[in-house]
Design a protein around this ligand. Sequence first.
Ligand code: CAA
Length: 292
Amino acid sequence: MEIRRVGVVGCGLMGSGIAEVAAKSGFDVIVCEVDDEVVENGKSLIRKSMDRAVEKEKMTLTEQEVAWGHLHFTAEVSELENSDIVVEAIIENLDAKAELFQQLDRLCPDHTIFASNTSSLPVTDIAAATSRADQFIGLHFFNPVPVMKLVEVVRTIATSQETLDRALQFSRALNKVPITAKDNSGFVVNLLLVPYLLDAIRQLEHGVATVEDIDAAMTLGLGYPMGPFILCDFVGIDTLYQISEIMFDEYRDPRYAPPPLLKRIVTMGRFGQKSGKGFYDWSGEKPTALSV
Ligand code: CAA
């Protein structure tokens, strides 16, 4: 069955990007958040990103208006009942995701596909909470979603071929490039990215170099678009911490163990760009490194 109506649950950094891209691709999108205040915040994230796309000449004002017309916002999960696919992008917590999908399982028609944007939880663990594990898939997008072309399409041992095909088709319709990965925590990208970011923090703990110099090393020496500490702030330091805890729990491999400094920074509420402070202070024109 053709996908026309897309439900997106969670309108933070990732959910807002997924909703924006789906609306720009002509899908009717219902975006659900926990309450009206968070809905307003999500709306403004999408508005800002679309304004930036217009400014960068990636979109015309007319296209922006049309895309905006495809978006509908709600604080009621029940409004997702007519979705052909629901993409979940809420907090990285198994219980919260399982509870949401159980609710959706009761609500949505038989043909609805369920997709999680989880970056590190095994998709199988979430799918097992529903009665439609064959129609459950991982769709892992990358931040900033409107710019990054990749989607990791994650198939569990229960995902049907038809669901995989529909998810690949949907990803391409969003103008993304899908790759298929099996359901191992971290999939392809985070399996490589997380040890790299944690190693940069360990370098800092060992006093190898400063935050700015390690970042300069990776941008100027290897041509990476962002150094590891800017990237930590961009991804969210709390998010990185959660992901590494989940991956360490899964593999019991010290490569994924969060270094103590990461934990300290999270404890101090320095979550990165979104909270104004992380490894850098984001309050000025340019980010400036903070002491650690
Ligand atoms: N909508 C559409 N296009 C946009 C846009 C928007 N809102 N904002 C910017 N763009 C376009 C620009 O027009 C530009 O396109 P061209 O190259 O064709 O000109 C391109 O995006 C880059 O934009 P900018 O020039 O404004 O910005 P930049 O060159 O400083 O790049 C960046 C910004 C794309 C974020 C770049 O720094 C980058 O690629 N960083 C790495 C990001 C990354 O690694 N993301 C993955 C994080 S991991 C993750 O998300 C998953 C997880 O589970 C942890």
